[in-house]
Design a protein around this ligand. Structure first.
Ligand SMILES: [Zn+2]
Length: 149
């Protein structure tokens, strides 16, 4: 894309959930059901994306889907407990929502911008704007309902 500044075109590094190969995916192709360059299997298919201060905005700007952000941290027990549910919810919402995980310790600018005071906090974005949030862990069905509500 001509005229785009290089900081917005840094490709995402995506580990393939099937073979483990690291794929470089241009952010602009996030909605195109990308497949692994090595094994040809879907790279996302509802798999939550790990984003941080450096790439969050470009991904949110690139996707047409509503985005569900899980603010978490490694030391947070309820966050760890919710991680498998978040992953399963991602599979159920594949093609309908983009699920994103942000480590609030590693991404202080995002945590500050969203005013994250407790984790886990789920934030739902539509067209880049926050429309709803939920603090505290949810089960799979609760996450799916929150996203569809
Ligand atoms: Zn692969």
């Amino acid at each position: 894309m001509p005229g785009m500044n290089s900081s917005t075109t840094v490709p995402l590094q995506l580990p393939c959930p099937h073979c483990g190969a690291t794929n470089r995916l241009p952010v602009a192709r996030i909605d195109e059901a990308p497949v692994c360059g090595r094994c040809g299997q879907p790279l996302l298919a509802g798999q939550p994306l790990d984003l941080d201060d450096s790439n969050f905005d470009s991904v949110v700007a690139a996707t047409q889907l509503p985005v569900l952000v899980d603010f978490w941290a490694a030391w947070c027990g309820p966050c760890q407990a919710m991680a498998p549910a978040f992953k399963q919810a991602g599979q159920q919402l594949a093609g309908k929502a983009l699920l994103v995980k942000v480590n609030s310790d590693d991404s202080p600018r995002l945590a500050a911008r969203f005013g994250i005071r407790s984790i886990p906090t789920l934030v739902k974005l539509q067209a880049g704007q926050e429309v709803q949030r939920q603090s505290g862990a949810l089960p799979v069905a609760g996450i799916v309902r929150f996203m569809q509500g």
